[in-house]
Ligand binder design. Structure first.
Ligand code: ZN
Length: 303
């Protein structure tokens, strides 16, 4: 606790500086952006979290595996899983891999590649993925064109699918802060991992969490990061993607308004937009997704 407070104070200071430089023309948002990180920083520093807290270890499809690799007196290992770079963080004197497990991963043993950058030595490490049964959710969407899109839309959908894959696989060198906050207080109406049927037709499992809230409710960035994309997509509507570093990405969909722009640095808690129902949505809600090494993981593992 004694170490935590100064760290949060310095985070708040950088939040203040970044909001001053990034919101010069929006006094209302600037005020919100100034106050929220201060309030949240104050609340968090009273909680039992530490700055470098790790997400929960829950090695199931859609979960996270935390694997100790080596003592931190060794150089930081370079880790990959299924061809993707893996974030590796220092925790209690050890380097630990924080692995996002894709929802379609088979249960059983999985292999991780660990490279020592000093010696170039490569070793294989294994970890176990446990079985997990997700529930089924049936949804009715009135706008048929968003359930069975016409030929004219298919090309756009395919292009956007590739864009989304690319965005969630972003890997930058900044160390992520895993102390994540909820983007808003809202009713949880669609849990992560639900097997979905839309108008009776099977669809991909739910890759995020749905939080119902009235149109216009402020959405806060869950951790400090950089905006890597804003735009309007066919299914997701108005979206914002934020890169938190080393493969940790957050995504916010169906927004009414977007208040940030690509390339902008955000402090934790800053308002990035408001709740809406753009794209394929049954009603006003935020679809919030968290990605690790390109895999959608259960957001509740972060708090
Ligand atoms: Zn959703």
């Amino acid at each position: 606790m004694k170490i935590q407070i100064p760290l949060f104070l310095s985070a708040d200071l950088s939040a203040l500086l970044s909001t001053l430089t990034h919101h010069p023309y929006h006094p209302y948002h600037r005020l919100q952006a100034l106050l929220i990180p201060l309030l949240l920083g104050g609340l968090l520093s009273l909680s039992s979290h530490s700055v470098h807290a790790l997400p929960k270890h829950n090695p199931v499809p859609g979960g996270i595996c935390i694997l100790p690799l080596a003592p931190t007196i060794m150089p930081k290992p370079q880790v990959s899983f299924a061809g993707k770079r893996i974030t590796t963080v220092e925790d209690n004197g050890e380097w630990k891999a924080v692995i996002g497990i894709p929802l379609d991963t088979d249960s059983g043993q999985q292999q991780l590649t660990v490279r020592n950058p000093a010696t170039q030595q490569i070793i294989q490490r294994s970890f176990m993925v446990k079985k997990k049964q997700y529930r089924t959710q049936r949804l009715t969407i009135k706008d048929q064109s968003r359930v069975n899109p016409s030929g004219a839309h298919l090309q756009r959908i395919l292009r956007e699918k590739q864009l989304k894959t690319q965005l969630r696989q972003t890997f930058s060198q900044t160390l992520p802060n895993f102390n994540i906050i909820r983007p808003l207080k809202g009713r949880d109406t669609g849990r992560f991992g639900l097997k979905r049927f839309i108008n009776g037709q099977p669809r991909n499992p739910h890759s995020g969490m749905d939080l119902a809230a009235p149109i216009g409710t402020a959405i806060h960035t869950v951790s400090a990061g950089k905006v890597i994309y804003t735009g309007r997509l066919f299914f997701s509507g108005n979206v914002v993607y934020i890169d938190h570093g080393e493969g940790l990405i957050s995504m916010y969909a169906h927004l009414n308004k977007i208040h940030v722009r690509q390339g902008q640095a955000l402090a934790q808690g800053e308002v990035l937009g408001t709740v809406g129902k753009t794209g394929r949505a049954t009603g006003p809600h935020l679809h919030w997704a968290m990605y690790l090494n390109g895999a959608a993981v259960n957001p509740t593992l972060f708090f």
